[in-house]
Design a protein around this ligand. Structure first.
Ligand code: ZN
Length: 122
């Protein structure tokens, strides 16, 4: 079962204010690439937003005219890129993020966005 907006808000509230030495390097209010040298094993998966078998939509949700990587863009689980994301947390302190892997023909780029409960929409 994919995480709902309510699940995401709950995770985000529980993780609010957490931060440690290991994850301090992750500054990602909008979507940012995982910094080179950061060991991805320091993030554990809490759950997924991927809906399952069906190909999720590529449509994005920006009612206020934000862009994909805007820090103010809503976190809309039914829309791209959230519908291809996992919720992850720092294994040390529990700080929560969304993680999305952007895949191109010859590359893949892991992007993170900090999970802010105030930005989660239904
Ligand atoms: Zn941490």
């Amino acid at each position: 079962m994919p995480l709902s907006s309510a699940d995401l808000r709950r995770l985000a509230e529980a993780a609010r204010g957490r931060r440690c030495e290991a994850c301090a390097v992750l500054v990602c209010p909008g979507w940012e690439s995982l910094p080179a040298g950061f060991d991805g094993r320091q993030l554990r998966v809490l759950g997924t937003l991927r809906p399952g078998e069906d190909e999720p939509t590529w449509q994005e949700h920006h009612p206020q005219g934000t862009r994909t990587d805007s820090p103010a863009a809503p976190i809309a689980p039914a829309f791209h890129p959230y519908n291809r994301s996992d919720a992850v947390a720092c294994v040390h302190c529990g700080r929560a993020f969304l993680r999305y892997t952007e895949a191109g023909g010859y590359f893949s780029d892991v992007r993170l966005r900090e999970l802010d409960p105030a930005l989660v929409v239904d």
